[in-house]
Design a protein around this ligand. Structure first.
Ligand code: TYM
Length: 332
C-alpha cells in the first residue's frame, strides 16, 4: 500500500469547514486505500504563544474531532507529534540543509510574520516548514493530503528530499502533494476571495464545526454572494455562489451540475436555506461524537499512545538511517 501522512494544528479548539473539506475528509477516505499516518501537530502549535493548559486540552480536542470525522485507529495511525521525538531530531538535520533564502520565501511565514510583527515572531515560526519536512520524510510518505495553502511546503519537502538523497545517497521517498481540485480552497463566507481561516476570517465568515449549528446555519444564510441571481459554478465570476456549491456538493455527494439544475430558476435564498440544513445535519452528529470521545479521556489517551508507538517504529528506523548517512557516530 502506498503511504500518506498529514497533520493538523490543535490550536483554537474547533476545526473549521476548510480544514474538514480541504484535508480531513480526504484523510478519512485515504485510510481505506493507503497506509495512513495522521497527527496532531502540537510542536507546530507552539510557534506562536500557547497557554499550556489550553494546549493540552486542544490537543485532545483535535484528536477527538479527527475520530468524530471518521478516522479509525484500526485503519490508520493517529498520534500526537510530540509523542514521537524523532520529528524534532530529523527537523534539526533538515534545518542544516535548508537555505535561509529558501525558507525566507515561504508565503505562510511571511503572512504570519507580517501579521504578528517582527518583535513577536519566533525563530520557530520561521523554521516551521522545515519541521514539516521532517514530519513527512520520517514516514517515507508517497503523498500528503492537504489544502492548497500547504502546497509550497510540500514542494520544499520535495526539494529537500532530493537534496538529501543527492548528497548522502537514496534515503527518502520524494512525496507528492495530494490536493483535490474542488476542495483545495474553501473560502470565507463574507469574503469569498480569501480562504476560510481561523486567523484571518471574520467570525461571520468562518464556520467552526463545533459551534452551535444554529449559529453556523445563520452564517450560511448571510453568506456574501453577488448581485446576479443565477446559481452557477463559476469561481472567477461568482466566487461566493461557487463556494456554497462546493460545500454543498462535498457534504452531500451531489454533483455540482445536479445542484445547478436543482436550483435553476430559484433564488440564492433557496440554496442558502438548504445548505444551512445540510451543514446542520452534518455538524450535529459530529459534535455529539466529538463530545463522546472527550468524555472518555483515558480511552482517547491510550488510543493516542498506541498510535505513537506505531508511528515511532517507522520514524525511528528512518531517523537511524538518516543519522548514519549524515555521519553521526552510532551510540554503542
Ligand atoms: P493547518 O492546521 O493550518 O490546516 C490543516 C489542514 O486544513 C487545510 N485547510 C484548508 N483547506 C481548504 N480550504 C481552507 N480554507 C483551508 N484551511 C485549512 C490545510 O491545507 C491543511 O491541510 N502546516 C500544516 C500542518 C502540518 C502538516 C505536516 C501537514 C504539520 N506537519 C505534515 C501535512 C504534512 C498546517 O498548519 O495545517
Amino acid at each position: 500500500r502506498p503511504r500518506v501522512l498529514s497533520g493538523i494544528q490543535p490550536t483554537a479548539g474547533s476545526f473549521h469547514l476548510g480544514n474538514y473539506l480541504g484535508a480531513v475528509r480526504q484523510w478519512v477516505a485515504l485510510q481505506e486505500t493507503h497506509d495512513a499516518f495522521y497527527m496532531v501537530v502540537d510542536l507546530h502549535a507552539i510557534t506562536v504563544p500557547q497557554d499550556p493548559k489550553e494546549l493540552r486540552a486542544s490537543t485532545r480536542l483535535a484528536a477527538a474531532q479527527l475520530l468524530a470525522a471518521g478516522l479509525d485507529p484500526e485503519r490508520c495511525t493517529l498520534f500526537v507529534q510530540s509523542h514521537v521525538p524523532e520529528h524534532a531530531q530529523l527537523g534539526w538535520v533538515m534545518n542544516c540543509l535548508t537555505g535561509f533564502g529558501e525558507a525566507s520565501r515561504m508565503t505562510q511565514f511571511k503572512d504570519k510574520a507580517a501579521k504578528q510583527g517582527t518583535a513577536n515572531t519566533t525563530v520557530g515560526l520561521f523554521t516551521y516548514p522545515v519541521l514539516q519536512i521532517a514530519d513527512i520524510l520520517l514516514y517515507q510518505a508517497d503523498a500528503v493530503p492537504v489544502g492548497e495553502d500547504q502546497r509550497q511546503h510540500i514542494e520544499l519537502t520535495r526539494d529537500l528530499a532530493e537534496r538529501f538523497n543527492a548528497r548522502y545517497g537514496r534515503t527518502f521517498t520524494v512525496p507528492a502533494p495530494y490536493i483535490l481540485k474542488e476542495t483545495a480552497r474553501i473560502y470565507d463566507l463574507q469574503d469569498p476571495t480569501v480562504k476560510m481561516s481561523k486567523s484571518a476570517s471574520s467570525p461571520k465568515g468562518l464556520v467552526n464545526l463545533l459551534d452551535e449549528p444554529k449559529s453556523s446555519a445563520k452564517k450560511i444564510k448571510s453568506a456574501v454572494t453577488d448581485t446576479d441571481t443565477e446559481i452557477r459554478y463559476d469561481p472567477e465570476a461568482k466566487p461566493g455562489v461557487s463556494n456554497l456549491l462546493t460545500i454543498y456538493s462535498t457534504l452531500t455527494g451531489d454533483a455540482v451540475a445536479g445542484l445547478e439544475q436543482k436550483y435553476a430558476g430559484k433564488g440564492y435564498g433557496a440554496l442558502k436555506t438548504d445548505l444551512a440544513d445540510v451543514v446542520t445535519e452534518w455538524v450535529t452528529p459530529f459534535r455529539a461524537r466529538t463530545q463522546e470521545y472527550l468524555d472518555d479521556p483515558e480511552t482517547l489517551d491510550s488510543l493516542l499512545a498506541k498510535g505513537a508507538e506505531k508511528a515511532r517504529a517507522v520514524a525511528a528506523e528512518t531517523l537511524a538511517e538518516a543519522y548514519d548517512k549524515v555521519g553521526f557516530l552510532p551510540a554503542k
